[in-house]
Design a protein around this ligand. Sequence first.
Ligand code: HEC
Ligand code: HEC
Length: 200
Amino acid sequence: MKKISKTIIIVASFIAVVVLMSFVIDSEMPTIKNASTKDSIASVKAFHEVYKVLMSPRCMNCHPSGDIPLQGDDSHAHAMLPKRGVDGKGVYAMKCGNCHQSANTEGPGRPPGAPNWHLPPANMRMVFQGKSAHDLAKQIANPQTNGNKNVKQLLAHADDSLVKWGWEPGEGRTLPPLTYNEFKKAWITWIENGAYAPGK
Ligand code: HEC
Ligand code: HEC
């Protein structure tokens, strides 16, 4: 009798642990299934979709090859040439936050906004402009060039407020070529399958 109740306790606590663990795993990665699957073909295919978004003006305008942000669908140099600065937030009187608020300012030609509007910092410029799909995939997958992001942080970057702003850019600005959900799906597929880079 004693032995049976002991067995029941052991079995019950084992079940409890398993149930608890599945909750932990679930809450960490709710949208991802088969996290261990690696498929280079699916990964590269997904990155080609991601790349279309990265190179669209809403994203590229904050990822310029120089130290001045870009504006408009033709990605021309930002009026009054505000500079990146060490932290990406501008210099002297031309701080991004002076004009860019935490939300879009109403009306055409008015400053767009999202929390903490700025460029990547000078020591990790995260350039998209002019980069091939091969080079950009390598850059983004590498913690030494992506802002020290591990896989989990990289996945979470799809929910970054500056990224999400791309789909709510304010009056007169076109949207990226994929919907947000299509982008996020391609982003996760690319990373979960090993974050492979397309060939040169
Ligand atoms: C003096 C005010 C001012 C400052 C300072 C300023 N901006 Fe702007 N910015 C604007 C205005 C106004 C617009 C909208 C222009 C338009 O749509 O015609 C704009 C547009 C932009 C856009 C274009 C968005 C798009 O997709 O078309 C980006 C990117 C941008 N700013 C980044 C920055 C960054 C980064 C900084 C700091 C380094 C900065 N701006 C500093 C006023 C400013
Ligand atoms: C207002 C400027 C701004 C806009 C607009 C913006 N980004 Fe960024 N992006 C940044 C900053 C700043 C960082 C660096 C901060 C960080 O690492 O979290 C960054 C980092 C990134 C990174 C890591 C880059 C790398 O080279 O490893 C990716 C990927 C990215 N952004 C994607 C996007 C996408 C996709 C869009 C458009 C839908 C977008 N960004 C729009 C400012 C911007």
